[in-house]
Design a protein around this ligand. Structure first.
Ligand code: ZN
Length: 323
């Protein structure tokens, strides 16, 4: 019998974090400004521990190395995805992430680039994102960054609860105050900060900026990805496809709105699931497991069919095809 892989989340304190992971999701979180919950993570800066089954007690990165039966014998050296919940009680730095080639060459061998995407769990009225920029050439970009002409450079985009935002590597972006998202991203922790609102941290210091790396890795001119969001009915569920290949070669992301039963079969070697609202069960391999808002798990390769029952909203994701 193979069980879904449930994970014990890792929390990260951030200068911009808040308490919504406790007040909205009911997690027992450490004191302080908790900005990030690493829900499904094998990244060395915060790998999750597996909470059940034969792999119980292992971290996900170790399971990836030792127990490939669960992941379909993938060639990649590292688990390629990372799922987080972010609570932006204050605005995040204006930032950009490199692609795979730049991250491996300039950070450390094996570090991935970072294409990410957000499902907006909640956004206070009037919320907006920084997304993209107005520079026409790299020289103009460098000039505006060095002069700190942020109002001229940065594009502001309104955002509301339920939106989906795809952020390819090379896109200047920032989550702003009052927004909570479920993030699906490449397993990377490389961020280049252009601007951090001149804030100082607990240690009285400003966080490091990375102006040259930002100028090198930003896509110029800015590009808007052509999303093709579609929905279909299956059993008692509406399944929305937010992004998939060929637009995103790193992951596919779906939303499931369920009121009743939904049976699924795999579309990839393994599937990541985050329950964002409601409660119910997942039945797999003859066993039923309770799941509810705040539960995150992986459906491993050995499970060839599963059934969700209940009234729930879930975000699921699958890895892109290996090259
Ligand atoms: Zn980012």
């Amino acid at each position: 019998m193979t069980e879904p892989i449930f994970l014990e989340p890792v929390f990260h304190e951030k200068i911009w974090g808040g308490r919504k992971l406790e007040t909205e999701f009911g997690y027992k979180i450490p004191d302080g400004k908790i900005g990030e919950l690493w829900a499904i993570s094998a990244h060395p800066n915060g790998p999750d521990v597996i909470a059940n089954g034969p792999l119980k007690g292992k971290t996900l990165d170790v399971a990836w190395k030792e127990d490939q039966d669960y992941f379909g014998h993938q060639k990649a050296k590292v688990f390629p995805l990372l799922t987080k919940i972010l609570d932006a009680n204050d605005s995040l730095s204006v930032q950009v992430h490199p692609d795979d080639a730049y991250a491996a060459a300039h950070e450390r061998p094996g570090e991935l680039g970072k294409t990410e995407c957000w499902y907006v769990i909640s956004a206070e009225p009037g919320s907006y994102l920084i997304y993209g920029h107005h520079a026409k050439t790299r020289e103009e970009l460098a000039d505006m960054i060095h002069k700190g002409e942020w109002d001229k450079l940065l594009r502001k985009v309104p955002v509301k609860t339920g939106d989906f935002v795809y952020v390819p590597s090379g896109t200047i972006h920032a989550l702003n105050k009052g927004i909570m998202v479920l993030e699906t991203q490449q397993s990377s922790d490389t961020t280049y900060r252009l601007y951090d609102y001149d804030r100082v941290g607990k240690d009285g210091k400003k966080r490091e900026l990375h102006l040259q790396q930002s100028i090198d890795t930003t896509t110029v001119p800015s590009q808007d990805p052509k999303l093709n969001i579609t929905s279909e009915q299956k059993d008692d569920a509406t399944i929305t496809t937010f992004v998939t290949a060929p637009l995103s070669k790193f992951f596919s992301v779906y939303k499931i709105d369920l009121d009743g039963k939904l049976t699924q079969t795999p579309t990839a070697p393994y599937t990541l699931v985050s329950v964002l609202d409601g409660e119910g069960t997942i039945e797999a391999d003859g066993q039923s497991y309770p799941i509810k808002k705040g539960t995150h798990f992986i459906i491993p390769n050995q499970i060839k069919s599963w059934t969700f029952t209940g009234k729930m909203m879930m975000i699921t994701s699958t890895p892109g095809e290996e090259e």
